[in-house]
Write a protein that binds this ligand. Structure first.
Ligand code: SF4
Ligand code: SF4
Length: 127
């Protein structure tokens, strides 16, 4: 089943790893919270974002840690680790049934992100 490679520049997230990698086991991409729709990429968000600023947030992120990915990355420098992706942005060109993303790769961004709304799926493309 298709699953995109995730590239992410959100270095405020507890799941971020140098090299623009995401070490979460799974990420969930959502529409804009208030409207429930996405007209452009700024409306999308990575709901799996966890701020690395507080101990509570770091502990809260552990349930979603990609343990095997972390071990693999530690022993195989340069290995691209990627989480399972589920996405609820069903008006995206890359969206497919069962909340899957058929893009080869996605780019997540969010400079100085402090909450999930501050993050975006840059690969969003409206149908
Ligand atoms: S913001 Fe999302 S994609 Fe980026 S590191 Fe965090 S969980 Fe992974
Ligand atoms: S590219 Fe589209 S379908 Fe894929 S994760 Fe981003 S918003 Fe969802």
């Amino acid at each position: 089943m298709a699953n995109p490679v995730v590239r992410c520049t959100v270095d405020e997230c507890a799941h971020y790893k140098a090299g623009d990698q995401c070490m979460a086991a799974q990420i969930s991409v959502y529409n804009q919270g208030e409207t429930g729709h996405s007209r452009d990429r700024q409306d999308t968000q990575c709901k799996s974002f966890h701020s690395r600023k507080t101990v509570g947030d770091l502990v809260g992120s552990l349930h979603n840690a990609n343990v095997m990915g972390t071990v693999t990355a530690a022993f195989m420098d340069g290995t691209q680790i990627t989480p399972n992706v589920e996405c609820f942005v069903n008006n995206c060109h890359h969206w497919e049934t069962n909340n899957r993303c058929r893009a080869e790769s996605i780019q997540v961004s969010g400079p100085n992100a402090g909450k999930t709304d501050d993050t975006d799926c840059e690969t969003f493309s409206p149908k």
